[in-house]
Design a protein. Structure first.
Length: 112
């Protein structure tokens, strides 16, 4: 569940719902929202702190760092390439699809 908390906060940062310098919900608020223990909420936020995405301001809570969005986008771009793009291109090659055909399929899907 801590992974879900970290993912949801990261999603909010990438989408712009949470901006640099913005305060995230308190650990108590997160534990209530996700119906988990405070230690589980802490584990989720700790993941993002270790990546440099969140920082603690003593007595005030956790805040989004200036570099958070760039850090997460870079991480997700790398993940997208390895988890989605590379397998898709390998499968296209096994099926004998040309790169141009794959481009056409992507273009058709993206305009829907």
């Amino acid at each position: 569940m801590s992974e879900i908390i970290a993912r949801d906060i990261a999603d909010d940062i990438v989408s712009g719902a949470l901006n640099a310098g913005g305060r995230i919900p308190s650990l108590r608020e997160l534990s209530q929202r996700y119906d988990v223990s405070p230690s589980t909420a802490t584990a989720g936020t700790k993941r993002l702190m270790q990546k440099g995405v969140l920082e603690r301001h003593r007595g005030l809570g956790l805040f989004v760092t200036e570099s958070a969005r760039d850090t997460l986008r870079r991480e997700r771009k790398d993940s997208f390439e390895s988890e989605f793009l590379a397998p898709m291109l390998s499968e296209a090659q096994r099926l004998g699809l040309s790169l141009e055909h794959v481009r056409q399929l992507i273009s058709e899907r993206s305009s829907q």
